[in-house]
Design a protein around this ligand. Structure first.
Ligand code: ATP
Length: 355
């Protein structure tokens, strides 16, 4: 038996009934609803204001019911309705960011995965402690601007989609940076970015074993980031600045990628270390997570960030990916979540996957 993430009281609303898969209408909600529907689970979309019309355009991904709130911050007032519906909330990047990590953690409604992870992920300092103590290679971090000895990226806390990040070619260029919140200074790593979609199942007893469960690789993507592009990121910066354009990393879309097969052991090792350390630090990370890193020309994989929930890059693979197809044809991350919920309920192990 694995670790219980929640006590029985929190899960009382699910006793003896089919759970409803609920999430905020945004980010990867189409995939989450589509996956739940494929597994025969009812779905609920939490909509801020009237539901977006595009749900009508996608009948296979339209939630069975909507819960409409005026603003996201009103959601805590709807907890009783969510519990009455037997809801299990599926966290995604926008859901946690819009509601706020603290408010999300305090919701008295069952959440898929371990909500304790939010505190570790939303604070870049804690995230670094977790990853470094797991032995995961990361970009160098500078405590003070005076130590900077190469190109750096200045990043704010939390998932802001790279908004407001600042690139400096050298220490001198840092003078142009005016911070608007807490930030970190990181080595700017040159290489190819990979966003690797993992799923950790504490229930599974086969496959790539980690802890009591197993680690699955469901897909990979790379992000399209406006208004800067790949190799030109550093070189063209001055030209852009001359034109009054400040480079940004705002995500506008995603493209599918695969990794050289010989590099797979490296990324599996990183994924396994992150999970193993999460079990020691806070009882484990359950379900989807994304390791975001850069493969250098020396084939070192440096991890600059992890997202501890479903990421929007998985939306590429609603019909499966070159990796998830090797687990089950057509498997999406959304469907994988629903499968885990169903299995946990059938085996009386909901407390191992919900918090
Ligand atoms: P999200 O939460 O949406 O993933 P974020 O605001 O947390 O975004 P990061 O993912 O840390 O930001 O970084 C945004 C982008 O900046 C990355 O996708 C990558 O292109 C670039 N980047 C971040 N760190 C580095 C680094 N150390 N070296 C080079 N590029 C980096």
């Amino acid at each position: 038996m694995g670790i219980a993430l929640s006590d029985k009281a929190r899960l009382r609303s699910l006793e003896g009934r089919t759970p409803t898969v609920a999430t905020l209408c945004s980010h990867s909600s189409l995939q989450i609803f589509h996956g739940a529907r494929a597994e025969g689970l009812p779905t609920m979309g939490i909509s801020v204001g009237p539901p977006a019309r595009f749900y009508e355009a996608f009948p296979l991904a339209r939630p069975d019911q909507f819960l409409t709130v005026e603003k996201v911050s009103a959601l805590p007032h709807e907890q009783a309705r969510l519990r009455d519906a037997g809801a299990i909330l599926i966290p995604h990047g926008s859901f946690v960011e819009y509601l706020g990590p603290k408010a999300f953690q305090e919701l008295d409604v069952p959440v898929f995965g371990n909500r304790a992870v939010i505190g570790w992920e939303s604070d870049r300092e804690k995230e670094r402690v977790w990853l470094e103590s797991a032995g995961v290679p990361m970009p160098k971090r500078y405590v003070d601007a005076s130590e900077v000895d190469g190109p750096v990226i200045l990043k704010y806390y939390g998932a802001k989609g790279g908004k407001g990040f600042f690139l400096a070619k050298n220490r001198e260029a840092l003078a142009d940076f005016t911070p608007t919140g807490p930030y970190v200074i990181q080595e700017y790593v040159l290489g190819t970015r990979y966003y690797i979609h993992f799923f950790y199942s504490p229930l599974s007893d086969r496959g790539y074993r980690v802890g009591h469960g197993s680690l699955e690789l469901l897909g990979m993507d790379r992000r399209d980031e406006a208004n800067i592009d790949e190799l030109y990121k550093l070189g063209a910066q001055e030209e852009l600045l001359k034109a009054g354009i400040r480079p940004t990393f705002v995500v506008t879309g995603n493209v599918p990628v695969v990794l050289r097969e010989s590099l797979l052991p490296k990324v599996f090792d990183v994924g396994a270390r992150i999970v193993e350390r999460s079990i020691e630090l806070f009882g484990g990370m359950v379900g989807p997570f994304c390791v975001e890193g850069i493969m250098t020309e020396n084939l070192d994989f440096k991890v600059f960030e992890i997202s501890t929930r479903i990421v929007a890059g998985t939306n590429l693979f609603i019909n499966g990916s070159p990796y998830s197809d090797l687990l089950q044809p057509g498997l999406s991350t959304g469907r994988r979540i629903a499968m885990e919920i169903k299995r946990a309920q059938a085996e009386g192990r909901l407390s191992e996957v919900l918090s």
